[in-house]
Write a protein that binds this ligand. Structure first.
Ligand code: NDP
Length: 399
């Protein structure tokens, strides 16, 4: 039994909070704190009446002193950061100051440079070790479950893993010509950046969307997918012994890509501030304001997601291939927690990571990526809390 402070009250947080309330055995009490308190109060009103006690608070997570005051008042066992990647370091600072465990789902990214890397958060390792607290980095789906899948494959199926291909397929249709499934600003920054993959100990860079493959996804069928840079490549390349190459592919429909290209060509995806009617605005932030709110896609989205990893390596001297994946149905997620599958597949692992750190199953101390912990309790919890996984020993491979 424990207390969690959840920061942020958007799409992912809403799912994680529903799941904490379903899991009242672990989450005795939660505090939902975000920039806009009315969203926290609305969610509390929806979920009140269960066994988990809920309170709410207003906080600007860019301000360490506000976070420290909130943590000191609520005294949580763990802080679950589900705000934006820009707030990771201030929240980590506040956890350090109050000696409180920290969990997030996305690595730090400076607001003015579209470049996410672990170096800023890994720089806290020694200070977290000295303070005797744990920071669990990347407890969403990708990163998150993809790292747990990798640790599980290594523990149970391989002596060494040489190749990992992470495949993220969203075959959901929301009926809008263009919308993003999670925070549009973060999503567009990710997909309009150059691609890269990790091979023989170094990064190989590609142009955005340069490498395309078609993959026949189990329970979905063939889809176009494109190689992207993704944050878990950085930690898995180091933490999984024997790795020669690791790549990440995500599916995109032609209409999404055409819209994105057009928005890019007219300058709407830029993060450079421009002067407009005497005020500085960031085009991408303005675009976010006119696009559908990802939270509103829930009732409209039909279809499934399939996210997983294909591993190739050696067991007892022989070549071996293994595919671990999860299939999630947008409408089933909506019926259960009022959100589509993208928020669901991130919010469930966020709750599980917070639970394992809070109840001491996963102990640091230090700053750890998810694949550094024993994957078995997480894999069991995925089956229990709504993201059952499937495996195949003879999957189609990606060339
Ligand atoms: P949303 O934009 O829906 O929610 C973000 C929330 O953070 C909002 O409630 C927002 O408040 C709040 N927030 C923003 N700035 C501050 C601040 N300064 N102080 C306090 N609260 C703040 O995003 P998502 O729920 O889609 O994404 C949440 C996180 O999950 C992101 O970091 C994203 O990168 C990550 N993610 C990870 C995935 C994975 O698989 N690992 C997949 C998808 C997302 P307000 O309501 O006022 O705007």
């Amino acid at each position: 039994m424990g207390k969690a402070l959840i920061i942020g009250c958007g799409g992912v947080a809403s799912v994680a909070i529903h799941k904490c309330c379903q899991n009242s055995e672990a989450f005795e009490e939660i505090c939902i704190a975000s920039r806009t308190k009315s969203k926290c109060d609305a969610l509390k009103a929806k979920l009140d009446g269960g066994k988990t006690k809920i309170s709410t608070a207003q906080v600007d997570a860019n301000k360490v002193e506000e976070l420290v005051a909130l943590i000191e008042k609520f005294r949580p066992d763990v802080v679950l950061n589900l705000a934006l990647p820009y707030q990771d370091l201030t929240i980590m600072d506040a956890c350090l100051a109050t000696k409180t465990h920290y969990v997030d789902t996305a690595n730090y990214e400076p607001e003015d440079t579209a470049k996410f890397e672990y170096k800023w958060q890994w720089a806290y390792r020694e200070r977290y070790e000295k303070a005797g607290i744990t920071a669990l980095l990347g407890s969403g789906f990708d990163p998150g479950v993809t790292g747990v899948f990798s640790a599980y494959a290594l523990k149970h199926h391989f002596d060494e893993i040489n190749y990992i291909d992470i495949l993220d397929c969203n075959a959901g249709d929301h009926g809008y010509p263009f919308a993003t499934n999670f925070n549009p600003e973060i999503n567009i920054r990710e997909v309009s950046a150059k691609g890269s993959y990790w091979e023989d100990g170094k990064w190989v860079e590609t142009e955005p969307m340069e490498i395309k493959r078609v993959y026949d996804f189990p329970e979905i069928g063939p889809k176009d997918m494109y190689l992207l840079h993704h944050e878990e490549l950085e930690s898995l390349g180091i933490n999984i012994p024997g790795i020669r190459r690791i790549r990440f592919f995500m599916t995109f429909g032609q209409s999404y890509l055409t819209h994105l290209k057009c928005l890019e060509n007219v300058g709407m995806t830029s993060i450079e501030p421009i002067e407009f009617e005497g005020k500085k605005i960031v085009p991408l932030q303005f675009l976010k304001a006119v696009l559908p709110d990802p939270a509103s896609l829930g009732p409209r989205t039909k279809g499934k997601t399939n996210i997983g990893c294909i591993f190739r390596g050696k067991k007892a001297g022989k070549d071996k291939t293994y595919y671990l994946y999860n299939v999630c149905d947008h409408q089933e997620c909506y019926r259960e927690v009022g959100s589509q599958a993208i928020s669901y597949t991130t919010g469930v692992p966020a709750m599980i990571g917070a639970m394992l750190v809070m109840n001491g199953t996963w102990k640091g101390p230090g700053v750890k990526n998810i694949e550094e912990f024993d994957p078995d309790p997480f894999m069991e919890a995925l089956n229990r809390w709504g993201l059952p996984w499937k495996e195949s020993f003879s999957p189609e491979l990606v060339d």
